[in-house]
Design a protein around this ligand. Structure first.
Ligand code: PEP
Ligand code: MN
Length: 400
């Protein structure tokens, strides 16, 4: 309900006036297609609040509902949302008749509630240090799998900036399948990303695996990544809900769409609607690509939720030669962006080198996406500020 909220449904105006006896619109949300196998009894309501509703009015309503036995709670999402657990359509009409603070009441028929598309039909814009996900622009995030040294991340970041990507990535805390593989530089890696951001102007997203690191890292990062393995690390999700930073939530390779959306629901239910969903490949019988890129999940998540959805073709395919075609397919499928891994010398990368693009390959991919985007009603997002990308000698990677 703040005036600054980018997802306010309308500009702040006069507080709403009561219309005596006027019931708010109550809508039972019904999902379709095979997702209808996920349907539940619609017995919990989500009420959206009228723009500009004064805080005291909302508090009085919450108090009244609690007095009536409803465990109502308020969330600062969009223009404001009230959670009304256990309230059915009939109950909502009875409890909220003539209530000026309430714009509309939704009763979802799925376990995920706040992420449902119908609640913010225009879509949520996620703002990563000025780069907007979920609007007309298609965003390219690029950078190394792992931060290997300050010199390596700076050299890659400069290549990423020159290629025209809008956001940088780089892993400092690395989730590795084998304990013998390079585990990342940790805090020093995040400091190296901060240095690369200062030099290039590119904001960055980085993964954090532990909930107790979130508060310390939040002032440094522009966005957090939840890695595929941590999609259901609920302590981490709860901490990120309160971190005041956007979250890129990767789908676990074994997760259903419902589980993925419920993980996102943790973030929204904790008060953070700045969530980007990321499809990064799922586990199937096929072993010819690293995972199987589930592009239908992109279109489905876009249909089911109001959140931006992006694609990570690097982990999905594990093969540098497949990144460009899959990134273009992601744009075609309606994704809001892609995240790709880049290394100036993939052969010496300390992790995921086989799926890394070179800066030159990224440059040609970004040019192709920029040419394709307008045909699909999109444009490529630029960096938030003019990126400073001086030519520098390419250093060798330091060994871990
Ligand atoms: C990564 O982005 O480097 C990564 C580890 O990805 P994922 O969690 O999807 O495996
Ligand atoms: Mn990787």
């Amino acid at each position: 309900m703040t005036d600054q909220n980018p997802n306010s449904r309308s500009s702040p105006g006069q507080p709403p006036e009561a219309v005596a006896g006027h019931p708010p619109e109550v809508v039972v949300l019904r999902t379709g297609g095979p997702m209808s196998s996920r349907r539940i009894e619609p017995t919990s309501a989500v009420a959206t609040l009228a723009p500009g509703t004064p805080e005291e009015l909302v508090q009085r309503l919450v108090d009244r509902l609690r007095h009536a036995g409803v465990d109502a709670s308020q969330l600062d999402l969009g223009d404001g949302v009230l959670m009304l657990p256990g309230v059915t359509a009939v109950g909502a009409t009875r409890l909220l008749a003539g209530e000026p603070a309430v714009e509309r009441v939704y009763i979802p028929d799925t376990r995920y509630r706040l992420v449902r598309r119908e609640i913010f039909p225009g879509g949520t814009i996620v703002d990563v240090a000025g780069v907007k996900f979920g609007g007309p622009e298609f965003v390219v995030i690029a950078g190394p799998c792992a931060v290997e040294s300050p010199e390596q991340v700076l050299a890659v970041a400069e290549g990423v900036a020159r290629a025209g990507a809008a956001v940088m990535r780089g892993g400092a805390f690395k989730p590795r399948t084998s304990p013998y593989d390079f585990q990342g530089l940790g805090r020093q890696g995040v400091e190296a990303l901060v240095g690369a951001r200062t030099a290039t102007g590119l904001p960055f997203i980085t993964e954090v695996m532990r909930h107790d690191l979130v508060e310390e890292m939040a002032p440094l990062v522009d966005g957090f990544q939840v890695g595929a393995r941590n999609m259901q690390n609920f302590d981490l999700l709860r901490a990120l809900a309160e971190a005041g930073r956007p979250v890129l939530l990767k789908r676990n390779p074994g997760a259903t769409i419902e589980e993925w959306l419920l993980a996102a629901e943790y973030l929204l239910a904790g008060g953070n609607d700045q969530v980007i969903l990321c499809e990064r490949g799922i586990r199937t019988f096929s072993v010819d690509t690293r995972y199987t890129l589930d592009l239908a999940s992109v279109a489905l998540a876009k249909r089911e939720t109001h959140l931006p959805v992006i694609v990570d073709p690097s982990h999905a395919t594990g093969d540098a030669s497949l990144i460009a075609p899959m990134a273009k397919a992601a744009l075609g499928a309606g994704a809001d962006g892609v995240m790709v891994e880049v290394h100036y010398d993939p052969a010496v990368a300390l992790s995921d080198g086989f799926q890394a693009l070179t800066p030159a390959e990224l440059t040609s991919l970004v040019a192709d996406l920029a040419a394709l985007a307008p045909q699909l009603g999109r444009a490529l997002a630029g960096a938030p500020t003019p990126a400073r990308a001086p030519e520098t000698a390419v250093p060798r990677a330091v060994s871990s």
